[in-house]
Design a protein around this ligand. Structure first.
Ligand code: ADP
Ligand code: MG
Length: 359
């Protein structure tokens, strides 16, 4: 295992007596695109500010290349931060905005000119030197903010919801732009977002957080396909989460019906959470299915139809390329391998951690 570039060790942080981060540990490797993902208020920005040096933890350490930087001020750290509000200086043109940090560092005119050209090219805004910030679109302004960070040649770029203020189309363009930048620059990105699609698109590693705890950490595929608990399953993509009873190995009962599944080791007659993705629900002739329900809504989503199917009080989310009109009686089938069994949270506290802050 490579030595991590950044190591957060047992970080605890409280505000006004309220614990925001509780014993949080996290390792980030060089050249990784790591995304902190979670609902609003879960502690993402606080974590990023601690890495950036804008906050000091109450307990724990921030290590950088094996060196303790917990108390090092931001400007001495080899990282740069781009915040959600681009905060360009409105009275300076684009070149002056980008040059600002370099001037403070006392870099030569020629060096600064070179850097400005290079950075503008990198964010696809060549020739924008003389423009004023308010003549640029939101997306362009955010790219300038990124260019301004890049010219400092940080080892790590910290980005706090940098696309949050942009509309959907521009956000998607910028996501590709950021992936390209990451590949070209070969630096480490630590990215904060509450948008799971954004996280799945861009990240090498996703850190799912809720209420100051890391719920799960892994590749986008791992997090999506093998969520470790109901909170992650629900937050990443859409899910049907049902109360179930594990009858014994490979047999689970939901809504009064027994289903074959592939999971073992949950004991016998144990309450469990059962997670089934909407795209894994198969609708068919009710005569051929164990569960029967009625379609209560249909929305066309371009690639598939999104349908709601009510079965004994539970509303299933179903994605299918075949449309069943509202009011139709349908049967539901799920392949055993698409039924995911999860332990229910053990204590009241854990229940709160995993159930609250759902999207
Ligand atoms: N400077 C502060 N003073 C008091 N409370 C704060 C401060 N910064 C953040 N908080 C609180 O800490 C919690 C986590 O905030 P934050 O890290 O910004 O969450 P996120 O970025 O995930 O939305 C929130 O409840 C927020 O109100
Ligand atoms: Mg935040």
């Amino acid at each position: 295992m490579r030595e991590p570039l950044i190591d957060l060790k047992n970080i605890t942080k409280s505000y006004d007596g309220q614990v925001i981060l509780d014993d949080l540990s996290l390792s980030i490797h060089e050249n990784e695109f790591v995304t902190l993902l979670g609902p609003s208020g879960c502690g993402k920005t606080t974590t990023l500010r601690i890495i950036g040096g804008f906050e000091t933890p109450d307990m724990g350490q921030v290590m950088f290349h094996g060196q303790d930087i917990t108390n090092m001020p931001p400007h001495k750290r080899n990282l740069n931060t781009v915040f959600q509000k681009y905060a360009l200086f409105t009275h300076m043109n684009i070149a002056e905005n980008i040059a600002f940090g370099l001037k403070i560092k006392g870099k030569s005119k020629a060096y600064i000119q070179d850097k400005i050209k290079y950075a503008l090219k990198l964010v696809n805004l060549d020739g924008y030197e003389k423009r004023m910030p308010d003549s640029l679109s939101g997306g362009q302004q955010q790219r300038i903010a990124i260019a301004r960070a890049i010219v400092n040649e940080p080892k790590v770029l910290l980005l706090d919801e940098p696309l949050g203020a942009l509309d959907l189309k521009m956000r998607q363009d910028m996501q590709y732009e950021l992936i390209r930048l990451k590949n070209e620059l070969g630096i480490t990105f630590i990215y904060v977002t509450h948008d799971q699609e954004e996280a799945l698109t861009m990240s090498d590693t996703i850190v799912v957080m809720n209420q100051g705890y890391i719920q799960q950490m892994g590749t986008p595929e791992k997090i999506y396909n093998e969520p470790e608990n109901a909170f992650v399953a629900d937050f990443i993509g859409e899910s049907n989460i049902l109360d179930g009873t594990m009858i014994w190995d490979r047999l689970v009962e939901i809504l009064g019906v027994r289903f074959d599944c592939v999971d073992t080791g949950f004991g016998t007659n144990r309450p469990v959470d059962v997670v089934i993705r909407p795209e894994d629900v198969i609708l068919l002739d009710p005569e051929r299915a164990q569960l029967k329900g009625i379609v209560t809504s249909v929305i066309f989503r371009g690639v598939h139809y999104e349908m709601s199917v009510e079965v004994g009080g539970f509303v299933w989310k179903v994605h299918s390329t075949t449309m069943f009109p509202e009011g139709t009686q349908v049967g539901i089938r799920v392949e055993p391998s698409n039924i995911q069994i999860m332990n229910k949270p053990e204590s009241e506290d854990e229940e709160a951690v995993s159930r609250n802050g759902k999207k």
